[in-house]
Design a protein around this ligand. Sequence first.
Ligand SMILES: *[C@@H]1O[C@H](CO)[C@@H](O)[C@H](O)[C@H]1NC(C)=O
Ligand SMILES: *[C@@H]1O[C@H](CO)[C@@H](O)[C@H](O)[C@H]1NC(C)=O
Ligand SMILES: *[C@@H]1O[C@H](CO)[C@@H](O)[C@H](O)[C@H]1NC(C)=O
Ligand SMILES: *[C@@H]1O[C@H](CO)[C@@H](O)[C@H](O)[C@H]1NC(C)=O
Ligand SMILES: *[C@@H]1O[C@H](CO)[C@@H](O)[C@H](O)[C@H]1NC(C)=O
Ligand SMILES: *[C@@H]1O[C@H](CO)[C@@H](O)[C@H](O)[C@H]1NC(C)=O
Ligand SMILES: *[C@@H]1O[C@H](CO)[C@@H](O)[C@H](O)[C@H]1NC(C)=O
Ligand SMILES: *[C@@H]1O[C@H](CO)[C@@H](O)[C@H](O)[C@H]1NC(C)=O
Ligand SMILES: *[C@@H]1O[C@H](CO)[C@@H](O)[C@H](O)[C@H]1NC(C)=O
Ligand SMILES: *[C@@H]1O[C@H](CO)[C@@H](O)[C@H](O)[C@H]1NC(C)=O
Ligand SMILES: *[C@@H]1O[C@H](CO)[C@@H](O)[C@H](O)[C@H]1NC(C)=O
Length: 369
Amino acid sequence: METNQTLRLLIVCFLLHSLTSISSSSTKNIITDKDALLALKAHITHDLDTLLAKNWSMSTSVCNWIGVICGVRHHRVMTLNISYLGLTKTIPPQLGNLSFLALLAINDNNFYGSLPYKLAHLRRLKYINFNYNQLSGNVPSSIFNISSLQELRLKHNRLSSILVNVSGGGPNLMSLDFSENSLEGEIPSFVSECKQLRFLNLSSNNFRGSIPKEISNLTKLKTLAIGDNKLEGEIPKELGNLVELERLLILDNVLLTGQIPSLLFNVSSLWLINFTNNNLTGGLPHNMCSHHHQAAVLKFLLLFENQITGTIPYDLWQCRELTIVSLSYNQFRGRIPRNIGNLTKLEVLYIGGNNIIGRYLIESINNIR
Ligand SMILES: *[C@@H]1O[C@H](CO)[C@@H](O)[C@H](O)[C@H]1NC(C)=O
Ligand SMILES: *[C@@H]1O[C@H](CO)[C@@H](O)[C@H](O)[C@H]1NC(C)=O
Ligand SMILES: *[C@@H]1O[C@H](CO)[C@@H](O)[C@H](O)[C@H]1NC(C)=O
Ligand SMILES: *[C@@H]1O[C@H](CO)[C@@H](O)[C@H](O)[C@H]1NC(C)=O
Ligand SMILES: *[C@@H]1O[C@H](CO)[C@@H](O)[C@H](O)[C@H]1NC(C)=O
Ligand SMILES: *[C@@H]1O[C@H](CO)[C@@H](O)[C@H](O)[C@H]1NC(C)=O
Ligand SMILES: *[C@@H]1O[C@H](CO)[C@@H](O)[C@H](O)[C@H]1NC(C)=O
Ligand SMILES: *[C@@H]1O[C@H](CO)[C@@H](O)[C@H](O)[C@H]1NC(C)=O
Ligand SMILES: *[C@@H]1O[C@H](CO)[C@@H](O)[C@H](O)[C@H]1NC(C)=O
Ligand SMILES: *[C@@H]1O[C@H](CO)[C@@H](O)[C@H](O)[C@H]1NC(C)=O
Ligand SMILES: *[C@@H]1O[C@H](CO)[C@@H](O)[C@H](O)[C@H]1NC(C)=O
């Protein structure tokens, strides 16, 4: 009798258990989303104005909560934007249950702790913005496995390394910002597998080693910023293959040596070169602005504080868009090129701290507005 009852109880328990596990694992719905957001709310200890505490109320639909937008058709959370709310706490793994989420912005708060790898469950995510928080630890490789992801912003956190264990990189990643963290090691090679990248900022970290020439595989890249690291070696000439490149910022890497590859001046879209404060040597190519090269749109040429030698290229005047040229504190010698006054858009020309003779300086400057 007793054993029979126990058996029945067990069966009931088993059935109940199966039912609940079915509902929690396979059928996610708006209740799942609500639970995930409540987990987030519970994780928040410090909430300026206690905005979420009041607004994210049990009595109203999740879809009316501040920062939340639901899809019209499927009625699931699509957007979560809780930026600039002064929130302090960790990111709960339950966020990985918001399976319809396309946009996640928690930037400009005080979130700390690590990035949960369960974020990779969000197969529809296109945009992640975690800028200006205090997240630390590793960037989990699983994030780069979200094939829908187009933009990942992690600027100004305390991240120390990028774990990459997926092949292929984010296939649709167009914009990647890791600047102002404490990332160590070499620039990870997976970056050059993110073939759709347009924007890459790795500035202000502790990256070491050389600049990987494989970055030149990112043929759609428009902005490359890798300044303020501990990079060494030379600027790879392969970067001259980046035919869409517009801005190249490689500054404050005092161990970076060698000549500026002349191929760079062949990139016809490049308008900003900022190589300030490295240890670059060699001369500038004397045909850098000539017609067969195409530095037609170059506006900013900033080479302040390097060890560049030789004379200022004679054909500089053919880079017609030049607006700010800084050659100060190098080892240039000789004359200012005669036709520099043909640069009608030139606003500033810094040449101090070199061995330049100013023979044509006055007549040139008369032409500069
Ligand atoms: C929460 O904020 C939203 C957007 O500002 C507002 O429409 C809604 O009425 C608020 N809900 C509560 C319960 O305060
Ligand atoms: C998130 O909200 C903030 C403030 O409400 C707004 O400035 C920002 O543009 C939004 N972010 C996105 C990605 O929509
Ligand atoms: C939500 O996520 C948590 C932690 O990742 C998990 O344990 C739980 O089963 C999930 N809940 C649902 C309803 O899917
Ligand atoms: C990447 O995603 C695929 C499915 O899209 C999955 O099989 C694989 O385990 C994931 N890898 C990592 C490291 O998350
Ligand atoms: C990386 O992948 C290998 C197999 O490809 C596996 O043995 C290893 O545990 C993974 N490491 C991490 C940190 O996921
Ligand atoms: C890259 O990040 C650095 C450091 O935050 C910043 O100063 C710089 O403006 C960024 N570059 C671009 C092109 O956005
Ligand atoms: C990537 O770049 C390297 C060096 O520039 C080159 O040898 C390699 O073939 C490229 N790989 C792909 C897949 O384009
Ligand atoms: C810069 O390079 C020169 C040699 O070209 C070397 O003597 C000097 O130590 C380097 N400076 C730094 C800061 O590494
Ligand atoms: C520079 O570009 C032009 C036109 O795209 C090309 O014909 C020329 O070979 C390139 N020069 C070098 C040194 O690659
Ligand atoms: C170039 O880099 C220097 C040194 O970090 C910085 O002061 C300057 O603002 C930068 N200029 C541009 C236009 O990027
Ligand atoms: C360049 O400037 C010189 C005078 O410095 C002038 O004689 C010459 O015609 C100008 N050339 C062009 C193409 O503007």
